[in-house]
Design a protein around this ligand. Structure first.
Ligand SMILES: [Zn+2]
Ligand SMILES: [Zn+2]
Length: 392
C-alpha cells in the first residue's frame, strides 16, 4: 500500500515538475547573501501558502527565516530544511551568486512539501518546511536550534547537490575565535622600549598554535588569518587581531582543543603585556550525527528513483555546516546528490554556476523530491518506524 501511494507521489511530482523548476530558477536569479535573503524567503513563503500551509514569517527572531506547516499533531512531524543564501564575490562587482546550489535546496525541500500536501488524506502527521538562512555565514540553523524550532520535529531532511551521491556525510564541529590584543603605541625606532607590541602577541598566538598542532588528533583543523596587523612599520602596533576556525570530528574533543587554543592567546598576552580580549565571531557548529535507519530508508528510496551509485561514507576533506547542530537535537538525514558532471565540477567553483540551475540540476531535483517524499511516506505510514529511528 505504501508503494502504491509512492507511485502516486511520483506522478504528482511529474505534474508539479515545472513549478518546482521555477522555484530553482527564481532563487538562482535573485541571489542574496546570508541574513539578507528577503526576496527569496518572501517568494518561498508566498509560494507554499498557495498550497494551504500556515506560515510564520519572520521566524525565531531571524528576519529571513520562516516556518510553514500543514497537518495534524497526531503522527510524525517531518521537517524539510530549505536554504537560499548565495555566496559573495563571483561577479565582476563581487556580486553574490548561487555557487553552492542553495537555490536547488530551496526548490527540492519546497517541492517535497507540496507533493506531500497533495497526498495528505493518506497519512496522519505534519509536513513542515523550515526556511533556514545564512548557511554560508552565520549559520541560521544554530540560532533556530537554540530558539527551539526543532523541539517538536521528529525527523529533519535535506539534500544538497555535490560531486558524489552520499548518505553518510561527515561535517566537522567548528568554533570561530577572534583574538584582539591591545598594547601601547610608540615610535618603532626612537622609543621602542616605550611600546607594547600587540602584533607580537598575535604572532606568538600563531606560534603557540603551531606547536599545538603536533599534539592533537589528525582530524583537527586550525586555520587563521591576521585581521589587524598594525598601522605602519614605524609605529609599534597598538592594536592587532587574528581570527581562527578550529575544527574536529566530535564536539566533545573540539571543546578541549578550543580551550588549548585560547590558552595560546593567553600565553601571548602574558609574554607581551598586550591585553587580550576574545570572542566567538560566528555560531559554533556541531558535527553531524548520522542515523543508520534514516540512511537505509534514504538509500532504498534513492535507488527506487534511479540514483544507484551511492557512497556510504566519505574519506578525505570535509567542512562544517549548521545542519550538524540540528542533528544533535533531532534525527537528521542530510544527503549529497551527485550532478554527475564530466569532468567533475565542485561547489564554490565559478564553473559550478553553470550547473546549479541546469538541465542536470533539474533532473536530480525531481529525483531528490521523489526520494525525500518516498522516505517521508514510509515514516508517516509504517507503524513503529519512527520509534526505531528515534531509538537509534
Ligand atoms: Zn557552500
Ligand atoms: Zn551549500
Amino acid at each position: 500500500m505504501i508503494e502504491n501511494i509512492k507511485q502516486r507521489a511520483y506522478e504528482i511530482e511529474n505534474e508539479l515538475g515545472k513549478e518546482i523548476e521555477a522555484v530553482c530558477d527564481f532563487i538562482f536569479n535573485n541571489p542574496e547573501l546570508g541574513d539578507e535573503e528577503f526576496i527569496s524567503s518572501k517568494y518561498l513563503v508566498d509560494k507554499i501558502k498557495e498550497y494551504g500551509f500556515e506560515t510564520t514569517y519572520p521566524y525565531c527572531n531571524l528576519d529571513t527565516a520562516f516556518r510553514a506547516e500543514l497537518g495534524d499533531e497526531e503522527g510524525p512531524t517531518i521537517a524539510f530544511l530549505a536554504e537560499y543564501d548565495a555566496l559573495p564575490g563571483y561577479g565582476e562587482d563581487k556580486e553574490p551568486a548561487h555557487a553552492c546550489g542553495h537555490n536547488w535546496i530551496a526548490a527540492s525541500t519546497l517541492g517535497a512539501c507540496i507533493v506531500l500536501s497533495k497526498l495528505k488524506e493518506n497519512f496522519k502527521g505534519k509536513i513542515v518546511l523550515i526556511g533556514t538562512p545564512a548557511e554560508e555565514s552565520t549559520g541560521g540553523k544554530c540560532d533556530l536550534v537554540k530558539s527551539g524550532a526543532f523541539d517538536d520535529v521528529d525527523v529533519a531532511y535535506q539534500m544538497h547537490i555535490e560531486a558524489f551521491n552520499n548518505v553518510n556525510c561527515k561535517a566537522l564541529a567548528m568554533d570561530s575565535l577572534e583574538f584582539s590584543f591591545e598594547g601601547v603605541a610608540a615610535h618603532a625606532a626612537s622609543h621602542p622600549h616605550m611600546g607594547v607590541n600587540a602584533l607580537d602577541a598575535v604572532q606568538l598566538t600563531f606560534a603557540g598554535i603551531n606547536a599545538l598542532r603536533q599534539h592533537v588528533t589528525s582530524d583537527v583543523r586550525i586555520h587563521g588569518i591576521v585581521s589587524d596587523g598594525g598601522e605602519a612599520p614605524n609605529i609599534v602596533p597598538e592594536k592587532s587581531a587574528c581570527k581562527f576556525y578550529i575544527r574536529a570530528s566530535e564536539r566533545k574533543y573540539l571543546n578541549e582543543v578550543t580551550e588549548k587554543v585560547i590558552n595560546c592567546a593567553k600565553g601571548a598576552e602574558l609574554m607581551t603585556g598586550a591585553k587580550l580580549t576574545y570572542r566567538y565571531f560566528e555560531n559554533s557548529f556541531d558535527n553531524i550525527i548520522n542515523n543508520r535507519i534514516l540512511q537505509d530508508i534514504t538509500k532504498k528510496n534513492l535507488v527506487q528513483v534511479g540514483i544507484t551509485d551511492i557512497l556510504d561514507g566519505k574519506e578525505g576533506p570535509v567542512g562544517s555546516t549548521d545542519i550538524g547542530n540540528v542533528s544533535q537535537v533531532c534525527p537528521t538525514m542530510y544527503t549529497e546528490i551527485a550532478l554527475e558532471l564530466n569532468p567533475m565540477v565542485y561547489v564554490h567553483e565559478s564553473e559550478f554556476l553553470n550547473y546549479a540551475n541546469s538541465k542536470e540540476a533539474y533532473d536530480k531535483l525531481h529525483k531528490s523530491v521523489k526520494a525525500m517524499v518516498g522516505c517521508a511516506l514510509e515514516i508517516y505510514l509504517e507503524d513503529g518506524l519512527l520509534n526505531k529511528i528515534k531509538s537509534q
